[in-house]
Design a protein around this ligand. Structure first.
Ligand SMILES: CC(C)CCC[C@@H](C)[C@H]1CC[C@H]2[C@@H]3CC=C4C[C@@H](O)CC[C@]4(C)[C@H]3CC[C@]12C
Length: 415
């Protein structure tokens, strides 16, 4: 007999069979999550290209480091910003939709573009988002978030490698780089960020949610290192999403912490000065509303913008009309296959709108130095990310639709 405290299955009555076949299929799949066929109740109408927005849903926290003159406090503010993104990155679907869902698998060239407006804050300026699916096989998304007023740029690209060991385990490939120009300085300061591993909990009950694992690191050109350790359901606290973080000088090591942070990334965490043991800052997720991303109305969007391209699919997922969902998905997939065939026979490649594929040896030396400190290499990951991707600010300047000459052809739309 099951005790009343044990979680009950939340799988809808009509989906029990398809859920258990889904669970069986993941136990033996090939590592590409997009290839999994999941039952309708777990499908999301949001594409993975949208997830890039999670990096800056608190624009004031995103720009705060650029205003700080003290390098040590600046490094702390970058760490704080990174930690404040985690709730949105890893919890927001579960909180909004009742569980983690399977996102739409972006097509090559799919775009998600928008901005966070200053909303009356005269000092904030506009923060712009460029997110683009730069590879389809393997799937990889590149993003850049810029704030010109504060000369900040975050860019990165990522892909996921999944495996199965009692549940879905996900390794994130790729990394992020945050660049600013300190007040009064003319030299850029760069922070390179590695991404944590994650796994899915509560799959069996039909209420999957994300838990983070292992570590993430941030190293800076100013000589600071932040290490974040994720312990999931903390051994001491017994609470989910538990972590500890520590900021130290690269020259001094972890034994001489400057600041320590602990708590739950999905709830509350506290920042302490490690020298005085004093609490210097606290973050409470519920006290900090996110700023909604400002998007062009769907009719005015480019055909390759995510919400416009997936409109029919999304509406039919929401309406539960799965035949129409697969019809529209197939339309896009077939048109994309056709396009790839044509490109191949003409010996050319799809032109990325905002990003370029680069050779590692041609990369920014500042980035290369920090990557070496972290032991990461674009070349080693390149196979899983379709290459090494860098934002092209010139391509983004004054960008407005239409973003591609090709029109509806690649989406199976004839107009
Ligand atoms: C819900 C279950 C049954 C299906 C599996 C869904 C998989 C594809 C989902 C679940 C959680 C998702 C991750 C959640 C958050 C992020 C952070 C973001 O910055 C990049 C994408 C990434 C890393 C997602 C990739 C896709 C992901 C791993």
């Amino acid at each position: 007999m099951s005790s009343s405290k044990e979680p009950q299955s939340q799988v809808p009555a009509g989906s029990k069979g398809s859920w258990s076949s889904f669970l069986k299929s993941i136990a033996s799949f090939n590592g590409d999550l997009s290839s999994l066929t999941a039952p309708p109740f777990i499908l999301s109408s949001t594409s993975l290209t949208e997830y890039s927005a999670y990096w800056a849903e608190h624009p004031t926290v995103f720009v705060a480091p650029a205003k700080e003159a003290d390098p040590e406090k600046r490094a702390l503010l970058v760490l704080k910003w990174f930690l404040t993104t985690l709730h949105q990155q890893y919890c927001s679907r579960s909180e909004k939709l009742g569980s983690e869902k399977k996102p739409l698998n972006p097509f090559l060239g799919e775009l998600f573009l928008g901005k966070w407006l200053a909303n009356g804050d005269s000092d904030l300026g506009e923060t712009q988002l460029f997110s683009e699916q730069v590879s389809h096989h393997p799937p990889a998304t590149a993003y850049a978030i810029t704030n010109n007023k504060h000369a900040i740029e975050l860019q990165g690209y990522n892909a996921q490698k999944a495996s199965f060991s009692s549940t879905i385990q996900v390794k994130q490939l790729g990394h992020a780089q945050y660049t600013l120009t300190p007040p009064g300085s003319s030299e850029k300061e760069k922070y390179v960020i590695t991404l944590p591993n994650l796994h899915i909990e509560s799959l069996i009950y039909g209420t999957p949610f994300v838990e983070l694992e292992k570590t993430a690191k941030i190293v800076s050109s100013s000589g600071y290192v932040a290490k974040i350790d994720f312990s999931g359901k903390g051994w001491l606290s017994g609470k989910k999403n538990t972590f500890t973080a520590c900021l130290h000088k690269a020259s001094e090591g972890e034994k001489k912490p400057l600041y320590t942070i602990d708590g739950q990334w999905s709830n509350t965490f506290t920042i302490k000065d490690a020298r005085t043991k004093e609490v210097v800052d606290k973050w409470v997720v519920n006290d900090n509303k996110t700023t909604p991303l400002d998007l062009a109305p769907v009719e005015e969007q480019d055909l390759y913008e995510s919400r416009r391209a997936w409109k029919e699919v999304a509406e039919n997922i929401q309406g539960g009309n799965m035949d129409a969902v697969s019809a529209h998905k197939s339309r896009i997939e077939n048109a994309q296959r056709e396009l790839r065939r044509a490109e191949q026979s003409e010996g050319r490649e799809w032109e990325r709108r905002f990003f370029n594929r680069i050779e590692e040896q041609d990369d920014d030396p500042l980035f290369q130095k920090l990557a070496a400190e972290l032991g990461i290499s674009g070349n080693l990951e390149g196979e899983k990310t379709g290459g090494i991707w860098r934002f092209d600010a010139a391509k983004a300047a004054d960008a407005k639709p239409p973003y591609h000459k090709i029109g509806g052809e690649g989406l199976g739309i004839t107009e």
